[in-house]
Design a protein around this ligand. Sequence first.
Ligand SMILES: [Zn+2]
Length: 386
Amino acid sequence: MQFKDVIGQSEVKQKLTGLVQSEKIPHALMLLGPEGNGGLPFALALAQYIQCENKGAEDSCGVCPSCVKNQKLVHPDVHFTFPVVPRKSGEPPISNDYITDWRTALAANPYMNVNEWLQNIGAENRQGNITVRECHEIIRSMNMKSYESGYKIQIVWRAEFLKEAGNTLLKVIEEPPADTIFILIVENLEQVLTTVISRTQLVKINAIEIEDVKNALLKRFDMDEGVARRIARITDGNFNAALIVADGQESENDKLLHRWLVACFNLKLKPSSSNTQSLLEWVDEVSKIGRENQKIFLKYALFFLRECTLLRLAGKSEKLEGEELKFAQGLSARLEAEQFEALSKVFNGMYYHVERNANPKILFLSNSFRIGSVFKNEEVALIGEE
Ligand SMILES: [Zn+2]
């Protein structure tokens, strides 16, 4: 991967190429940024740049033998470590057991998140981890001579998954063999051992600019500029989420949310069997869209509530339009700021539990009652009429 294929983030690109150009590349680098913002693409582009035989000031050449191998993810001096799932019996797994799946997944989408990766290798409800055996594997390969003349590079995707096993690596990160570079990719710094953090140089990656996500979507999909901008806004600089929304272009999170709130209100107003049935049907539908889409739906709901609050305070929203705007205007005229806050709390809590594999039916159903309880009866009828 070349830097030109990494979306936006020109400052980070300059910083990384500058480190290489001035020969100040640290032996252990930690790339920190939230999901979907490009930690892994940056690591790939940096590794390729370091090893390129004909690099320019801003990017690798893309055509030298070293670049070709890096692009195919088969460079013998670039090693990958990533979370894998425990086996039922036998030795603990190492990343190399899954290297073919890894190459395929990265070729398809280097912005993927860890849940997607783990599902890809059949994790189901098992948690992924990076094993102590994998750490010994890293130490072994870092101590071998490089195959080609340049640097040996060890990329660790999601160093959070090292957990206590990270202790095994402290020495090799602190005093690595000559011409060795560690690139650790992290989303949640508080989940990484401080002893590991303190041995690396931190580079922060920010959310991708809305405009850059929009342009990247337009390059990849045949879609309207307005649609692309809207997806970019909702997904908040997370390109992986933007891809999922764009892929299912029919994504109708606004209607899904509208129907949900109405179902919750109606049931609270009148707990009849037909109102119960409507809510159960909705819950059933949302349970089937899959965890990644549920996460995006909840992100959308949070985005929508922020816009409603803005409408309430400033009287306008620049991000909503059409039916969605009408619905938001209706809600913002009838709900107090505290009620929006209470709803945000519910959605945030749900997001947390979706990420941790909660049963979707139970989660969405039980929270439907919490949503209902946020509303006062007199509002219910008004909103239900929309
Ligand atoms: Zn090259």
